[in-house]
Design a protein around this ligand. Structure first.
Ligand code: 13P
Ligand code: SF4
Length: 328
């Protein structure tokens, strides 16, 4: 038994070297066996793990093959050459991967990993918006169900929302369901944006007074905010962008001190890549993202659960909206 566990530790130790600044040794000791088992299961099942930037470091740096924001995960999902995709993220991300890979098995380790934005709107709501604003195209954030995507003209992510809105060449668009993302994009374009009332339960908690307090406590700090934050937060930040854009900003600008106004795991994952940058960490946890663990990723690979399926009646329309975005 002692030999077995020392063999496991030896196999995963190169991975630990990457994350040791953010995972203390006793914690890593509880992860090592699952990391080792997942690496072997991926090989034997011809599977890949796609992980969102909000996944914890033992997943993000330990077992993921592809990591990124929603846009990159959707794009990379079209190139995967494996039989099984395990989506370490939330349900809409797994649905997007399945839409783009109808022939592959897509697994989500916990079916309850949802999203407050996806829950804020139904297909019927989209139909009512179309009736209310006839002829106005519907741009839908990927943080929605496939059924809502199927009612939409085109999807967007936080990484390409401005480009998508301006690509339509119209004066007005309906942009669903994130009210703050819609307002933050409206501030950057002449296109008139009709918004919905959805909010991200993680980003809506940041306030402009948090930003001011941070500047008072740390005068040299650089503040980055996700565009799902309220507009007054984005207005007071130094930069706003998708999770990938925030990570790129830190990599390119190397600010001595930074705050990422977003989900907590982002600072851990980005700090591993940039040990010279100091991360100040007021952050909020996404309870949905945190449902994904090494244990349930391992269980998904061992049992094939939970397989993501899309209702065939809506799949083609939903896929069209996602592919139209990816074609831009
Ligand atoms: P990104 O597309 O910026 O990664 O955001 C996804 C998300 O869920 C943010 O809350
Ligand atoms: Fe949804 Fe917000 Fe969690 Fe992202 S952080 S998955 S938008 S609830």
């Amino acid at each position: 038994m002692a030999d077995l566990s020392s063999a496991v530790f030896a196999r995963v130790s190169p991975l630990y070297d990457r994350v040791k600044r953010v995972i203390p040794p006793p914690e890593w000791a509880t992860f090592a066996e699952d990391v080792d088992a997942i690496l072997e299961l991926k090989r034997s099942r011809n599977a890949v793990v796609l992980a969102h930037n909000y996944q914890t470091p033992e997943i993000f740096h330990g077992v993921a093959d592809i990591v990124g924001d929603s846009l990159l995960l959707a794009r990379e999902a079209t190139k995967v050459d494996a039989d099984i995709i395990v989506l370490a993220g939330v349900h809409f991300m797994a649905e997007t991967a399945k839409l783009l890979n109808p022939e592959k098995t897509v697994l989500i380790p916990d079916l309850a990993a949802g999203c407050s934005l996806a829950d804020s709107i139904t297909p019927q709501d989209v139909r009512l918006m179309r009736q209310r604003y006839p002829g106005v195209p519907v741009v839908t954030y990927v943080n929605t169900s496939s059924a809502v995507k199927a009612e939409s003209d085109i999807c967007c992510t936080s990484g390409n929302a401005l480009k998508v809105v301006e690509s339509l060449g119209v004066e007005r668009v309906i942009m669903l369901p994130d009210e703050y993302l819609a307002q933050n994009i409206a501030a950057q374009t002449n296109v008139k944006i009709i918004a919905w009332k959805g909010h991200c339960e993680v980003h809506e908690l940041f306030t402009a007074s948090d930003v001011r307090q941070l500047r008072e406590n740390h005068p040299d700090v650089t503040i980055l905010a996700h565009p799902e934050c309220p507009p007054e937060v984005v207005a007071e930040a130094d930069f706003s962008g998708s999770t990938a854009a925030m990570s790129d900003f830190v990599g390119k600008q190397r600010p001595p001190r930074v705050v990422l106004l977003t989900e907590c795991a982002m600072s851990d994952n980005v700090s591993v890549l940039h040990p010279d940058v100091e991360f100040i960490r007021p952050c909020n946890l996404c309870p949905h993202m945190k449902r994904i663990t090494l244990k349930n990723i391992r269980h998904a690979l061992e049992t094939g659960r939970h397989e993501v399926t899309i209702d065939p009646a809506i799949a083609a329309s939903a896929r069209r909206a996602v592919e139209r975005m990816l074609a831009l």
